[in-house]
Design a protein around this ligand. Structure first.
Ligand code: ASP
Length: 382
């Protein structure tokens, strides 16, 4: 029996939240657009939200612009290790894989876990064996590694050796998130104004600068040993200069509502640059970087994974929608909570069962796209 179509199909995707530089803007918008077109075709033909998010994320994994699939960041020992999660909010089924090195499309392995296993989550060699046993081809890890990423890793390791720290998400003093004193005590509104995206999103042509006149790189460190920059591209020691083209983070994700009213979410990542082998971030952890429940909402997050996972932020946001918050408000509150509680930075896409949605980020940019029956929009800031 097929339930009648009662909802306007809606698809949101993101391609990561970070300081996307101007020269990478077009590739990000194009990648997000292609993912939207592919995923929305599934919905428009009456397909399920789950099929749509899997299709959209597959496109993003195949695009080396993003930190997912081929072209992902490398671990400290030079390998690609991928994490992905998919959740069906109608059946309340989930499938996840982590630390896989031999799969071109980990989101498809996650789908196999969701459909074909009584378990929810597989890691490493076990995940690869499960995927292979269900028909996926195992490739050599080298096929996922780009020379660009080898360079990026060398740059990051040189910076690390010189005592610099990763500022990709923070843009200011990056507190140790394991420290009980991490709680942010500044002025959130004036330091990092957050805006949210609603259905009336402006289309193409958004700036990559969310706060004109206030530059990401102009924030100065108060601590010796931290990077300081006055002007973009200011000369500095070779590996000391923080360079967004070399130090980018850009996980991908999608949330969808299909015509029958089912929600689904998917998130896929190569994790963080120079991560220790075996590290798993928020993206593939259920309720952290990804969650879907028809009785609440569907969500995908991106950003600095450790704070997001400690706050179980995906579930936190969907719970607020279930309790009556509009998704555009809940998205904004989630990012505020991430920053106020743990000094975290990132972005969120959140879709309610009635088709209302919210997008928010506190990074300089987030690649995003939305498709509804009235059209398709993409942007780099909200
Ligand atoms: N959340 C991802 C991780 O920590 C990184 C990202 O979203 O860019 O693995």
């Amino acid at each position: 029996m097929t339930a009648p179509a009662t909802h306007d199909p809606t698809l949101l995707v993101h391609g990561g939240a970070w300081a996307i530089p101007a020269e990478a803007a077009a590739a990000h918008r194009q990648g997000v657009r292609e993912a939207l077109e592919t995923g929305y075709k599934v919905l428009a033909l009456g397909g399920s939200a789950l099929d749509a998010v899997e299709a959209a994320v597959t496109v993003l994994e195949d695009d080396p612009t993003f930190d997912a699939g081929r072209g992902s960041f490398l671990t400290s020992d030079g390998r690609v290790q991928l994490d992905a999660l998919l959740m069906d909010g109608g059946r309340m089924k989930a499938g996840g894989v982590a630390c896989v090195e031999r799969l071109r499309n980990p989101i498809q392995a996650a789908r196999l876990v969701l459909e074909q296993s009584p378990h929810v989550y597989f890691v490493g060699a076990g995940a690869e064996q499960f995927a292979a046993a269900h028909g996926m081809i195992l490739i050599d890890n080298a096929e996922l590694v780009l020379p660009r990423e080898r360079e990026r890793l060398a740059h990051a390791q040189a910076r690390q050796a010189a005592g610099f720290r990763d500022e990709t998400f923070s843009g200011e003093i990056l507190l140790d998130d394991k420290d009980p004193e991490t709680e942010f005590k500044g002025n959130l509104d004036s330091d990092f104004p957050i805006t949210t995206q609603q259905a009336s999103a402006p289309d193409e042509g958004n700036s990559t600068e969310p706060n004109p006149g206030k530059h990401w790189w102009q924030k100065k460190s108060a601590q010796p040993g931290w990077d300081t920059y006055d002007t973009p591209g200011a000369p500095g020691p070779d590996f000391g200069t923080w360079d967004p083209t070399k130090d980018s983070h850009d996980t991908v994700g999608a949330v969808a509502l299909d015509a029958r009213g089912n929600l689904a979410a998917a998130t896929s990542t190569g994790g963080t640059l120079n991560k220790t082998p075996g590290r798993v971030g928020d993206s593939s952890l259920i309720g952290c970087g990804c969650y879907a429940d028809n009785l609440a909402a569907a969500v995908s997050l991106t950003g600095w994974g450790e704070p997001i996972m400690k706050l179980v932020l995906g579930k936190w946001a969907t719970d607020r929608v279930a309790a009556g918050s509009a998704p555009e408000i809940a998205a904004r509150e989630a990012i505020s909570y991430l920053y106020n509680r743990l000094g975290g930075h990132g972005g969120i896409i959140l879709l309610g069962p009635d088709g209302r949605f919210g997008l928010a980020h506190n990074t300089p940019a987030m690649a995003w796209g939305v498709a509804t029956p009235s059209g398709l929009q993409t942007g780099l800031t909200v």
